[in-house]
Write a protein that binds this ligand. Structure first.
Ligand SMILES: *Cc1c(COP(=O)(O)O)cnc(C)c1O
Length: 407
């Protein structure tokens, strides 16, 4: 115990954390039921799930689609975003938040995050608004709602749309209301790592009937809900969620409350426990966040309190102690997808008057967080017992105490 595991000592923990996904016999039955129904297409599960999950997120309407990425594309198109438009996105997020913008022919404009929340910085958003701006995408990063008060006010003031990327934020709530329909539209993912999971899948929430109808049409071959099967008022792809996934999601949804409560309880406990450790913080509490979904538990690491041990070495040492963790995202605007000149629609679109030069973009908070501060723990670490939290804290304290051995 005295010696760090990375130096050959015994690790704090050898037991694995709670495995993910979690499924029951009910989930098994839900899948078999779809199989036996012989209605693998246009059965009643997709619609039932649309009603149930929209209601869960306190949205009037919901459309179930193939992924979180396609949900973003459809939400953008439903909001009228297209060629030559600009959409403001945070530079600290999964690539889909920005690539979806490019995939509908618009230009992602990257802005910085707040150092205390890791969410999009409303001041940077305001500074980035131009006459071409059509929408803002606010990501509820790690399951922590972005500042929806300021962002909804900004969107209203400039007459642009606010889309909530809630791929990490099932069950999260802002001032008592679940996220997804506080902005004009919200999007969710049911990809395997997410807090509600069917392997793949996505969802669009809104309480605006016009946007809901457009989103529905865009995900279903441009059909209209009342129209004939071969009547197509819009050009739309086929992005429908399948019946098997809908069946599984209906069943998984039943345990979301319980799992969300567990994540909240353990997330808060871990937050409180690390308060006493110098050089380890989490994001700052905010009373307006009534439910944090804890898709990730974000630790903010400071090497100074660990005898100068770099964040990356800290992560190696913590992994060796039996606590799986990682560094997370890189600044998105630095990815070759955006920086490399390529003759690819739409970033070279003549509608935009030349492609944006992402080599000029610098977001100092994002760069520092990615390079030396962020340490991620995934949501399944928060699904176990109190002793799991104790092990995480013990391992961090052990590394701090023996940090000089790693110099
Ligand atoms: C996972 C994720 C997405 C994309 O969802 P997929 O279902 O994987 O396409 C989009 N945005 C964020 C913030 C995500 O975490």
């Amino acid at each position: 115990m005295a010696q760090l595991a990375i130096c050959g000592g015994s690790p704090v923990r050898t037991k694995p954390f709670t495995a993910w996904p979690i499924f029951s016999q009910d989930d098994e039955k839900a899948l078999i039921d779809v199989l036996h129904s012989e209605r693998w297409f246009m059965g009643d599960r997709k619609e039932a799930f649309e009603k149930a999950f929209a209601q869960y997120q306190e949205a009037e309407f919901g459309v179930a689609v193939s992924s979180g990425t396609t949900a973003l594309q459809i939400a953008l198109e439903a909001a009228g975003v297209g060629l030559g438009d600009e959409v403001i996105v945070p530079s600290y997020t999964f690539v889909a938040t920005a690539s979806a913008v490019a995939l509908v022919g618009a230009v992602p404009v990257f802005v910085d995050i707040q150092p205390s929340t890791y969410n999009i910085d409303p001041d940077s958003v305001e500074a980035a608004i131009t006459p071409r701006t059509r929408a803002i995408i606010a990501v509820h990063i790690a399951g922590r709602p972005a500042d929806l008060d300021r962002l909804t006010a900004l969107a209203k003031k400039h007459d642009i749309r606010l889309i909530e990327d809630a791929a990490q934020a099932h069950a999260a709530a802002w001032k008592g209301q679940r996220v997804g329909a506080i902005g004009d539209l919200g999007t969710f993912s049911f990809q395997a790592s997410k807090n509600l999971n069917a392997g793949e899948g996505g969802f669009i929430t809104t309480s605006n009937s016009e946007l809901a109808q457009r989103a529905w049409s865009l995900h279903n071959c441009g059909r209209s809900p009342e129209g004939a099967w071969y009547e197509h008022p819009l050009i739309g792809g086929n992005y429908r969620l399948g019946e098997f996934q809908a069946g599984l999601l209906l069943s998984q949804l039943k345990s979301l409350d319980e799992l969300a409560e567990r994540r909240s309880r353990n997330g808060e406990a871990l937050g409180n426990a690390i308060e006493g450790i110098e050089g380890i913080d989490t994001t700052e509490p905010d009373e307006r966040i009534t439910t944090h979904a804890y898709h990730l538990f974000v630790m903010r690491y400071s090497a100074a309190a660990f005898n100068g041990l770099s964040r990356d070495h800290f992560i190696e040492a913590l992994n060796a102690e039996g606590i799986p963790c990682s560094a997370g995202y890189r600044p998105l605007y630095g990815e070759p997808a955006f920086t490399t000149r390529f003759a690819h629609y739409p970033l070279d679109s003549p509608y935009y008057g030349g492609r944006p030069d992402y080599g000029q973009v610098h977001c100092p908070v994002t760069e520092r967080v990615c390079a030396e501060e962020a340490v991620w723990l995934t949501q399944n670490l928060l699904l176990g017992e109190e002793s799991d939290i104790t092990d995480i804290v013990t391992a961090i304290e052990k590394i701090q105490k023996h940090a000089d051995a790693l110099q």
